[in-house]
Design a protein around this ligand. Sequence first.
Ligand SMILES: [Fe+2]
Ligand SMILES: [Fe+2]
Length: 229
Amino acid sequence: MLTDSMRERVWAVAGSYYPEHDWAHGRSHIERVVGIALKIGKQEGADLDVIELAAILHDVFENKETHSNIEGFRHEIEGAKEARKILKRLGVADKTIDAVCHCIESHRKRTSTEPQTIEAKCLFDADKLDCIGAIGVIRCAFVSFDHGQEFYREEKDIESYKRNNIRPDGTIIDFSKHSSNLEYELSLSHVAGRMHTKTGKKLARERTDYMNEFFKKLGGEMKGTLWNL
Ligand SMILES: [Fe+2]
Ligand SMILES: [Fe+2]
């Protein structure tokens, strides 16, 4: 069990990396992921200290990746290195640090590093659960706004869009051409199939159903459908 003092010390450092106003990757996202990851971890019999430390630190460099335009900068890789430094300074045991860093390196869905440990799987699933369902819709809208995108963009030839704007690893080339419904169609609607834990799979199904329904309705309404007329 993480002591209150260690939790406070980690948050005191981590908090400065997370903007308060960022709905998608700011402090509120981190707090939700910590809560979900610990609940999944309890069900799965995982090491909760590793999960909590990893969840608190997993997106320390997300903002830097999104807003700095450093070519090739990946927040899961650089973030794991930063987390190692932070935890080392706080005197956390090397074995725990290694386990935490693996969770951070493998938490992203657009990555080649698959989660190998149960703790990494719990963090991956918790982070993805926060991309879907009602909160997923809100976060999609925020990201579209943050990148100056349309929230909804009708794309007639989705295969050609993929070829032209999505890299083989799933990352987006030109954010201004992307939109929330394209993110949903190309990525978020497939998240449930990427879950690793039994608990995560169950939770993802319900959130995916909600999101499917939302984007189905939104698509209709954007085309002028009046459901009850
Ligand atoms: Fe992330
Ligand atoms: Fe995250």
